[in-house]
Design a protein around this ligand. Structure first.
Ligand SMILES: *Cc1c(COP(=O)(O)O)cnc(C)c1O
Length: 427
């Protein structure tokens, strides 16, 4: 039943490292062959063998309206007919920027790029340029893309300067990145004592890259205060949470404002778009207005802008969507928790807007170390595999969040819970 995917995977591996263009797609942490996808249809993915899956990944977040939304598709096709790219300004960029600016009262200007990685990398350069400082603070288990300064692991301990977490990253670069434990106030204070040259703190205010692990209100507040006291800028990475957790992203759910916000995923609705945004004072440092250099041949691509614009306008016109999506996320996670417990299995669950997470653990983890220590990865791997076989597509790692979309119905969720009940019996 996976024959074509198995063959396709073998062929892909001949010409693409690991057969994939982004490592998580290889299913390394859960085993098995990744289904090769032929197409999406609303809430479902259909693979090249014809298997159909209820999709809780939604391209890792961008597709809040599910696959092939009619209006987004129409906007894209109309724009495509006028040309794919001009390398010159188009009004679609201004329109999408205006939609974003309108939602965040402390943001005046937006610069578009083509990925979340580019957004965070550029935001850090901007923060360094504005402050004239070199060091940055990053939290373990927060993911901000794959740029050099951010591929770090804790050096000899936490609250110290990091060492590269990947070959190919010079230690000369990561020595400017101080690594801190998430949700650990004491550690955060220690980090600020390490250097008086800290340009910025970069954080996921609601982490979705170690499973769903929100920052505590206390931690966010202290982080903001320490930044203010030290003349350090706070970059809130909303690449995943932006227009996902609420109409104003994590910002709408927390009490703290970032100096620079990064976006991606939902703002492109499935097309490659990222962005970073800040006050006009901060953004004024960016070229061509200021001296901090940043550029992109395909940045603000009209087709991508049209997709994002249509999606954001639909969200704004229907703000009740977030409430409905959260209800569905709660229905799913509380259902999974119940069938797990009925079968004597501990499951920790949480949701933020349309994002959800579940851990095979007896205690709720609050940082990366606890996720690694508390969670049963073998059990997750089996669960994932059995659910795929039954037509339910969850993120292929316990370190990933899940995503609800508007076309997933209560009935589909209940089918998923019923299937999970059968699977839990075997775990
Ligand atoms: C996905 C993600 C990124 C990286 O975005 P890419 O488009 O994959 O480069 C950065 N930050 C966060 C919080 C993300 O979830």
């Amino acid at each position: 039943m996976f024959e074509k995917s198995i063959n396709a995977y073998e062929e892909a591996k001949q010409v693409i490292p690991g057969g994939v263009d982004s490592p998580v797609r290889a299913f390394t942490s859960v085993g098995g062959t990744p289904p090769f996808i032929d197409r999406g249809e609303g809430a479902y993915l259909i693979d090249i063998d014809g298997n159909k899956y209820l999709d809780f990944v939604q391209s890792w977040g961008p597709l809040i309206f599910g696959h092939c939304n009619e209006e987004i598709e129409k906007a894209v096709i109309e724009t495509v007919k006028k040309g794919l790219s001009f390398g010159a300004p188009s009004v679609l960029e201004t329109e999408l920027a205006s939609e974003i600016v309108e939602m965040y009262d402390h943001i005046d200007k937006v610069r578009f790029v083509s990925s979340g990685t580019e957004a965070t990398m550029s935001a850090i350069r901007l923060a360094r340029g504005v402050t004239g400082r070199n060091d940055i603070i990053k939290f373990v288990g927060n993911y901000h893309g794959h740029s050099d300064s951010l591929l770090v692991q804790a050096g000899s301990g936490l609250a110290t300067f990091g060492t590269p977490s990947s070959p190919g990253v010079p230690a000369d670069l990561t020595k400017h990145t101080i690594v801190c434990e998430y949700n650990n106030l004491e550690d955060l204070r220690k980090c600020f004592e390490q250097s008086n040259d800290i340009a910025c703190v970069i954080m996921e205010p609601i982490a979705g890259n170690m499973g769903l692990v929100p920052a505590s209100a206390e931690f966010l507040k202290e982080c903001r205060e320490l930044c203010d006291k030290n003349g350090t800028l706070l970059i809130l990475d909303e690449v995943m949470t932006g227009f996902r957790t609420s109409l104003t992203g994590a910002h709408g759910l927390i009490d703290v404002k970032g100096d620079i916000i990064t976006f991606g995923k939902v703002i492109g609705a499935g097309m490659p778009v990222g962005a970073f945004a800040a006050s006009k004072e901060i953004m004024g440092h960016l070229s061509p207005d200021g001296a901090v250099y940043q550029a992109g041949t395909l940045s603000g691509n009209p087709v991508a802008m049209a997709a994002g614009l249509t999606s954001l306008r639909k969200l704004k016109a229907n703000p009740e969507i977030y409430e409905e999506l959260n209800k569905k996320a709660v229905r799913l996670t509380s259902g999974l928790k119940k069938v797990a417990e009925d079968n004597g299995i501990g499951l920790q669950v949480d949701t933020r807007g349309s994002m959800f997470g579940f851990f095979f653990a007896d205690k709720m983890p609050t940082n990366f170390k606890e996720v690694s220590e508390y969670c049963n990865f073998e059990r997750f791997g089996k669960f994932h595999h059995e659910m795929i076989k039954r037509g339910f597509y969850f993120a292929c790692s316990q370190y990933e969040a899940g995503f609800m979309c508007t076309v997933i119905t209560d009935e589909m969720i209940d089918e998923c819970i019923a299937a999970a009940n059968e699977v839990m019996k075997t775990l």
